[in-house]
Design a protein around this ligand. Structure first.
Ligand code: MG
Length: 201
């Protein structure tokens, strides 16, 4: 099982971190050991002083494929979840400055908090989701605003990595990312459904 992530996939988020809007998807991965499920808490890692949440829609791959063509892309994912792409922003900044890979900032243990998956019955380009921090809405996303939509991501990623049943793809975060501290509570919602609760301990 792979956890594939797309970065800077909403214009307003790319801008808030002063990053250029990408011309093609920015792809990175988290190892399976990054998975955090069943609403377990995240223990604040000792190597960072600037841990950020990034609320995202996660799609689950339902069949194997490589070099997927656009017209077939939709048949490769059938479920979605809410995920937090936890990021050690200070560590990531140092990696970026040196031009180094950023796995240690984004792929650390429990950095991929994922809710249960629900069947995707909505139009993939019309999904609304939100991140709630300590009972306050901090991120509101709409997949209509994606730079690269789910189908495009499937085609693009499968040119490089064979998609395998069970793989998960974090599809990017909208604006409003920010830091968390010990004692904070995060919720992730898709539509009117609260799917994930994550306490920072
Ligand atoms: Mg992200």
């Amino acid at each position: 099982m792979k956890i594939i992530c797309i970065g800077r996939n909403y214009v307003d988020h790319a801008k808030e971190l002063n990053n250029p809007v990408p011309q093609q998807p920015l792809v990175f991965m988290k190892p399976p050991s990054a998975l955090l499920v069943n609403d377990k808490p995240l223990y604040y890692p000792e190597f960072t002083e600037d841990l950020h949440y990034e609320g995202e829609i996660v799609i689950k791959i339902c069949k194997n494929g490589r070099h997927v063509q656009k017209e077939f892309a939709r048949s490769y994912y059938d479920q979605i979840a809410f995920g937090f792409d936890f990021t050690a922003r200070d560590v990531q900044k140092k990696c970026k400055e040196k031009g180094h890979p950023w796995e240690i900032a984004k792929g650390f243990d429990n950095s991929a908090a994922i809710s249960k998956f629900i069947n995707l019955e909505l139009d993939p380009n019309d999904i609304r989701f939100k991140t709630v921090l300590n009972n306050e809405i901090v991120q509101e996303g709409h997949t209509a605003d994606l730079i690269f939509d789910f189908d495009f991501i499937i085609c693009y990623v499968s040119k490089y990595f064979k998609l395998q049943q069970g793989d998960m793809i974090f599809t990017g975060t909208p604006a409003g990312v920010g830091p968390v501290k010990i004692g904070d509570n995060l919720e992730g919602w898709i539509g009117s459904q609260k799917l994930i609760n994550c306490d920072i301990k």
